[in-house]
Design a protein around this ligand. Structure first.
Ligand code: MBD
Ligand code: FE
Length: 324
């Protein structure tokens, strides 16, 4: 039998109590947001006649999502990361700060403190025998086309199995993670390996929920970027390699037309010899345009919990250097 109790004074009073609205201490914004969130969920339980069994199954799923980085994985799958991007795009538009290379989501797998290289360097440790050599190059420019020398280009990507160092204990520390400072022409060039796409672990709680929605948990091959320089808006973005079956079917909704980049394969002996390699390689070129801003807030990535970020902050404070 269906009953409706949400709109009764008892339930409304109860919600006020649960959200601490009758308490002097606590955080006012937290109370307002929790009150709204709980109200919406209580109403949903009433409207959909959610059974105790369904409710406790959901609790069990939430418990499972508490392990590892599972909630960080489900969040992009449910579109939250992309939705926050859409809001930041709209805010930039309203502030007159649109323009430049588009942003797209950071994802849950950044690790702070990667080794820094100037202009050129190598990102892979040479131990991934299935990884095809990739030269990743590009130029950072402002929206008028002038090169930005000394920009910081942080790059991180998966190996040939779709795994990221730090989260995948089989890889060496900071494998496929570098912070590159652009040269006098604003250029960067790193040798690495072509990444594979990522798939949510099939037995993970994230995939369980996606299964309920009839959705896959696959991402195309992609490469993450943070780009920053004094006087410019910090950019969080990624490129998606063209031709991947998931390039336009990303479970994390990070693909944008302007961010799809081909990997050009070279097989001729001359090109291979010129690069001092012993087999075919691919070239990926990604030029980046930064928008200007004088607002120091917008020149840095937004705060969020990130692997090793607090340690880095502490280390740079101890060294007496400016916190970035
Ligand atoms: C990834 O590599 C990623 O970038 C995102 C957003 C989610 C899962 C794995
Ligand atoms: Fe990723």
């Amino acid at each position: 039998m269906t009953v409706k109790i949400f709109d009764t004074p008892e339930v409304q009073d109860f919600l006020n109590t649960v959200a601490g609205l009758d308490q002097d201490s606590g955080n006012e914004r937290a109370k307002q947001i929790l009150h709204r969130l709980l109200s919406d969920l209580y109403r949903l339980i009433d409207d959909y006649d959610v059974t105790p069994e369904e409710f406790w199954n959901a609790v069990s799923l939430l418990n499972a999502l508490g392990h590892g980085t599972q909630f960080g994985l489900l969040a992009p799958g449910l579109g939250f990361d992309h939705y926050l991007d859409m809001r930041m795009d709209a805010q930039d538009e309203a502030r007159g700060l649109a323009g430049g290379t588009p942003r797209t989501i950071e994802g849950p797998l950044y690790v702070a403190g990667a080794p820094e290289v100037h202009g050129r360097g190598r990102m892979d440790d040479g131990r991934d025998s299935d990884g095809e050599t990739m030269w990743l190059t590009g130029q950072v420019r402002d929206t008028d086309g002038n090169p930005v020398a000394g920009a910081k280009v942080e790059v991180w990507h998966a190996n040939s199995k779709g795994g990221y160092s730090f989260f995948d204990p089989t890889q060496s520390e900071y494998n496929l993670r570098r912070s590159i400072i652009t040269d006098s022409q604003g250029r960067y060039a790193v040798r690495s390996i072509i990444p594979s796409g990522y798939g949510c672990p099939p037995d993970s709680p994230t995939q369980q929920l996606l299964d309920l929605l009839g959705r896959h948990g696959q991402r195309p091959a992609h490469i993450h970027y943070f780009i920053s320089a004094p006087g410019y808006k910090h950019l969080t973005t990624q490129i998606n390699l063209a031709g991947d079956p998931y390039t336009f079917d990303d479970f994390a909704y990070a693909t944008r037309e302007e961010l799809v980049v081909p990997a050009n394969r070279f097989e001729d002996q001359d090109a291979i010899a010129r690069r001092e390699l012993d087999g075919p390689f691919s070239e990926v070129t990604f030029d980046i345009e930064l928008a200007r801003t004088d607002d120091p807030e917008l020149q840095h990535r937004h705060k969020r919990p990130r692997a090793k970020e607090d340690e880095q902050d502490q280390a740079s404070q101890l060294a007496g250097t400016a916190k970035v």
